[in-house]
Design a protein around this ligand. Structure first.
Ligand code: PMP
Length: 406
């Protein structure tokens, strides 16, 4: 089949490259010299590139677009709000309303503070946990991703499995140059879903562990589900040893269920971090948690804040998004979950990333955009119609044939 026309996209990409490193604002957006997309428009389940090629979007900005692109109800709520300005050096009523709504929707959330990205939310959560426990280290699991800040960028799903050390005593591996070596000494990296290793480590080292941070579904390593008892064991060990359980709900929040993974699995963190689906693509993030642990925040003593925290743009978008998610069957419509035979990041080394990337490339040529990185899940939005799904399945069929014969 003939290749897509990408002349305009290429011209824009060249301009981008002249003024932005690698021509992108986030490293994950770089797909290569000839392939890096430039997208001009999104509506519902579709996006269009600068050459007018249309794609059914299963990436949804890495997850936030839960309702669909440019949802008119969310846009209206934002438009109504910004007529009164977007930001003050003071609290706004909208942020109070969103926080009230979150405490009603999300099990375990009694208090809320805002941030502007998932990265910021996990950064603050870790500080709160450290302040609450007066301990410094934390447990993170291989393949889980919690954002770009120095404390958490270790042993993610971009770390080669060969760099992770032995299963009995895993090594924390930096995912970027520029992270001070001292940060590594604060991370205890463990194998996701390995209950025995977790229990042994906590019993031996609890006195130095401030938090156990976990993606309740490992959305950054092919959406591996928690093994039976895994989240429950984290909860139990945290209770027993005074450790703060941080459930990173940046991907699962307001998506896997209205109350996120805490509702879906019936296990509450002491702290939960939210972003993505909270505001359908507008930048708003939050840290939510119990009165006790959130109570560690204290002016002059335990710092949390930020110029843009709780801004009206994000809060108005969240208001409309949460309203729709709470009152309609939006999540039931898009709820689709596969059976996952793998249990941890090390198991994923049996997959064939190159073949998957070729398949994703063949699908994109036919107007369906899935993540070429096999570790990212496919995201679905409410705007996706049965006809879109039908079209996607035909595209998958044709693409598999092409990749197979090629
Ligand atoms: N936590 C998780 C679970 C995530 O999936 C992500 C982003 N993919 C983040 C944190 C970081 O969020 P952000 O990109 O908004 O900084």
């Amino acid at each position: 089949m003939s290749r897509l026309k990408l002349d305009q996209t290429q011209a824009l990409y060249q301009r981008a490259k002249a003024v932005m490193p690698w021509g992108v604002s986030s490293n994950f957006r770089y797909w290569g010299e000839a392939e890096t997309p430039v997208i001009t428009r999104g509506q519902g389940a579709y996006i269009w590139d600068a050459d007018g090629n249309r794609y059914i979007d299963y990436r949804l900005a890495f997850g936030p677009i839960i309702l669909g692109h440019a949802d008119p109800r969310v846009n209206q709520s934002v438009t109504d709000a910004i007529g009164n300005s977007t930001l003050f050096a003071h609290t706004q009523p909208l942020e109070i309303e969103v926080a009230e709504r979150m405490t009603r929707m999300c099990p375990g959330v009694e208090k809320v503070r805002y941030a502007n990205s998932g990265t910021e939310a996990t950064m603050h959560a870790l500080r709160i946990a450290r302040a609450y426990t007066n301990r410094e280290k934390f447990i993170k699991f291989e393949g889980c991703y919690h954002g770009f800040h120095d404390a958490v960028l270790f042993s993610t799903a971009t770390t080669p499995v060969g760099s992770l050390g032995s299963r009995r005593s895993p090594l924390a591996a930096q995912n970027s140059s520029g992270i001070p070596e001292v940060m590594r000494s604060l991370v205890i990296s463990l194998v996701y879903n390995d209950l025995e290793l977790l229990e042994r480590t906590v019993r031996a080292r609890y006195h130095e562990i401030a938090a156990i941070m976990v993606e309740p579904i490992a959305g950054n390593m092919a959406a591996i589900m928690p093994a039976p008892g895994f989240l429950e064991l984290i909860r139990k060990l945290c209770d027993e040893y005074g450790i703060v359980m941080i459930m990173d709900e940046v991907k699962t929040g307001f998506r896997i269920a209205r109350g996120g993974a805490a509702e879906y699995f019936g296990v509450k963190g002491d702290l939960m971090t939210y972003a993505k689906s909270l505001a359908n693509g507008f930048p708003l993030a939050a840290i939510g948690g119990s009165n006790a642990v959130m109570g560690a925040i204290e002016p002059g003593a335990v710092a949390h804040g930020g110029t843009y925290c709780g801004n009206a743009v994000g809060a108005a978008a969240a208001m409309a998004t949460l309203d729709i998610l709470a009152k309609t069957d939006a999540l039931e419509q898009i709820h689709a979950r596969g059976v996952r035979p793998i249990r941890n990041y090390r198991d994923t080394s049996r997959s064939n990333p190159a073949l998957y990337e070729r398949l994703a490339g063949a699908m994109r040529q036919r107007g369906v955009e899935v993540e070429p990185d096999w570790r990212e899940p496919l995201f679905l939005c409410v705007a996706l119609t049965p006809a879109d799904v039908e079209e996607t399945l035909n595209v998958v069929n044709d693409s598999v044939k092409e990749v197979h014969s090629g």
